[in-house]
Design a protein around this ligand. Structure first.
Ligand code: IVH
Length: 670
């Protein structure tokens, strides 16, 4: 194709794809099939590849994300990002209304909106292009998550129509319920902990370092607050309609109310109708529509006086406690779970509720067959919030936490100051063994494909695998004898086990499943102790000297390495060739000790080195790099465009400020 023709065709495809994206993601009324859409997208991507001179970061093809890992820049909000004050009853809402009337009189209307349960975002558009997306952060400054937000299909990268030259629009990014269930199912498949609720899932997704992973999550948005020096109108509602006409996603459930009684109707309606929505809301937001009046009413330090949130009560139901089960996890922690007479709550049938630990049971004063109230809070598993003592059956006995492990009979232990009871029999308590094996093979640990909880259970019950090293003794011929495993899957499992010998030391350490040693702690430990021998020989003092390691973690590590069974297991794992030491090139070789004992913060953009390179330099010269300026910071290495508040804070605290060159001079790399 001729260059000129290609240019025209590319532009046409981009326009068409933007249009269909809008129809699909914003208006929910697609005009073409998914296949047709994909076909056009592929055509565009091919052309863009062929003619890279027409590349455009705003092209709809760029919404697949990038693989680049980067840390988020802090951006100061042009307008502080305040929150709302909450009300929980119609009386409180009436009080709010009375205050407003007292201040501005009677002649105004409200706009009622849903209170979306996600994570707040501020989008800045300049000349119709999305230039920045920033999280709430501390309200003054937030994380620049533009790259991630660009992958959300319902957020247009380009607007159409009579938009102002520059404006910000705020809204909520959330994960619809279906997307949430899908994401948690994926997480479970990968052996990862599920998100507790859609809000955490949305916030967690925006903070992912890899935007191509964000692109895979079906995040959505509703925008609800426009800010600009050149607002199109002085009505909040009219501004939202304007925003809609430019292509921004505005909720169809927003409603103008001419009296407080209409507001009450709105909240009563949504208190029940919310269960039919495909996403979660936790209340309604009531705003004075007229922006002149909003300005007259103004703000308190934390929230506007012209708006308020009305929070719905968490739904509650009453039901009988049937019995209490005790579940033993991989670390031996015993969790009590209540079995309940099935009851309908917030659209689902509830049969079980977590009781967390012995203190919760005694705090509730729970007796057998009690009538209890259950509530679905922000978590997936409902909780018991109270006991209806008047309805207690006669002579029913109080529930006492068990004294022995329900799985292996070992007497339970409770460490001073900790809430949980533990089964100490880690070597032969079945759920602990199986749990440890499941953790070991999970994706973020040894990533052994093809082995799931079911196969682990089979291997364990058939007596083929009892300890972690046993996995490395397995032969394909043994696997084939198991039900449901064909020749090919058996061979794949063996290959995957072999491949796990390449998993690097920090992940192997995490895979061992030492209590309190999660991924981050494992990385920190592996960076300070180059091998398992160094780690197992470390004293409590040496362990605590590592960043983020306190007494609790240190105690758990010491206990792990004191156990004879664990010592034997590690020797066996060594003999199979697992990476129980860091490879030379990955462990940090010290260039100097110039920065020993010094804490540095890096902020802004640099011209000679990337932030990651500078961070590495700090470490190789013995210093410590942290994220925010505190009284303990020695130097702030300041680049271009860094947040003024960070600079101000550094100046106030007397922190020395270095330019990139001054820093390089200091460490002798200049
Ligand atoms: S307006 C100055 N409208 O609730 C007013 N907020 O507790 C700014 N939220 O941080 C907020 N739905 O994340 C507004 N329709 C809505 C909302 C909403 C959810 C969130 C938002 C805010 C928090 C305040």
């Amino acid at each position: 194709m001729e260059k000129e023709a290609a240019k025209i065709h590319i532009e046409q495809l981009r326009e068409e794809l933007n249009y269909h994206n809008h129809k699909y993601y914003v208006e929910n009324s697609p005009e073409i099939s998914d296949q047709e859409f994909d076909h056009k997208m592929r055509e565009l991507m091919n052309l863009e590849k062929q003619f890279p001179e027409f590349e455009d970061p705003d092209s709809p093809s760029m919404r697949v994300g990038s693989d680049l890992n980067k840390e988020f820049e802090q951006v100061v909000h042009k307008y502080p990002m305040l929150s709302l004050s909450n009300t929980y009853s119609e009386e409180e809402l009436q009080d709010f209304h009375n205050r407003v009337v007292k201040a501005v009189g009677n002649d105004f209307r409200y706009v009622c909106e849903l209170k979306y349960d996600g994570t707040a975002i501020g989008l800045t558009y300049q000349n119709g292009k999305l230039i920045r997306a920033v999280t709430r952060g501390d309200g003054t400054q937030g994380d620049d998550v533009t790259q991630n937000v660009r992958t959300i299909r319902s957020i247009p990268l380009k607007l159409t129509g009579d938009y102002p030259g520059e404006f910000e629009i705020r809204g909520e990014i959330f994960l619809p319920l279906k997307g949430f269930q899908w994401l948690n199912a994926e997480k479970e498949k990968a052996g990862e902990a599920p998100f507790a609720n859609p809000r955490n899932a949305a916030a967690g997704s925006l903070k992912l370092q890899n935007s191509s992973l964000v692109a895979k999550r079906p995040l959505d948005t509703y925008l609800y607050y426009m800010l600009s020096e050149e607002l199109p109108t002085m009505s909040h509602y009219e501004n939202l309609l304007k925003a809609k006409s430019w292509g921004l996603k505005i909720s169809p459930h927003t409603q103008v109310c001419n009296s407080i009684d209409e507001v009450f109707e709105f909240i009563r309606h949504w208190d029940t109708a919310r269960h039919e929505l495909p996403f979660e809301i936790d209340g309604a937001v009531i705003k004075v529509d007229n922006i002149h009046l909003q300005q007259e009413l103004g703000f308190t330090a934390k929230s506007p006086r012209w708006a308020i949130a009305y929070k719905f009560k968490a739904e509650e139901a009453r039901t009988r406690l049937l019995s209490v089960d005790y579940q033993v996890g991989r670390t031996g922690a015993v969790t009590p779970v209540a079995n309940l007479e099935p009851v309908q709550l917030a659209g689902t049938t509830v049969k079980r509720a977590s009781l967390h630990n012995a203190d919760v049971i005694s705090g509730l004063g729970l007796h057998c067959n009690d009538l209890v109230t259950v509530e679905k809070g922000g978590e997936i598993i409902p909780k018991i919030t109270g006991v209806v003592k008047e309805e207690r059956p006669e002579k029913s006995l109080p529930i006492h936490f068990i004294k022995e492990c329900p799985e292996c009979g070992a007497p339970l232990m409770r460490v001073e100051g900790e809430a949980a009871h533990y089964c100490p029999n880690s070597a032969s308590c079945p759920p602990q063994i199986k749990g440890k094996l499941e953790h070991f093979i999970s994706r973020r640990a040894m990533n052994i494909d093809g082995l799931g909880a079911e196969t682990i259970n089979l291997l364990y019950t058939k007596g083929l695998v009892n300890t972690l090293p046993d996995l490395y003794k397995l032969k394909a011929s043994q696997l084939i004898t198991l039900e449901r495993l064909g020749d090919k899957s058996a061979r794949n499992i063996i290959t995957s086990i072999k491949n796990s010998l390449e998993v690097p030391w920090p992940r192997v350490l995490y895979a061992l499943g030492i209590r309190f040693v999660g991924e981050t702690v494992a990385k920190k430990l592996a960076a300070s102790f180059a091998s398992i021998d160094k780690l197992s020989g470390a004293t409590e003092e040496e362990l605590i000297a590592v960043d983020e390691i306190g007494n609790k973690i240190a105690g758990s590590i010491l206990a792990f390495f004191t156990s004879e069974a664990n010592k034997k297991m590690i020797e066996e794992l060594k003999s199979y060739g697992l990476q129980l030491a860091g490879k030379e090139e990955t462990s940090i070789s010290k260039a100097s000790n110039i920065l020993e004992g010094k804490t540095l913060v890096i902020s802004g953009k640099f011209s000679r080195y990337s932030r990651d390179q500078l961070k590495e330099m700090i470490e190789t010269h013995g210093g410590k790099n942290t994220g925010s300026v505190t009284g303990k910071t020695d130097y702030l290495v300041a680049g271009e465009n860094m947040g003024p508040s960070k600079l101000e804070k550094a100046e106030k605290q007397g922190v020395k400020i270095l330019s990139e060159n001054q820093f390089l001079e200091l460490i002798g790399e200049e």
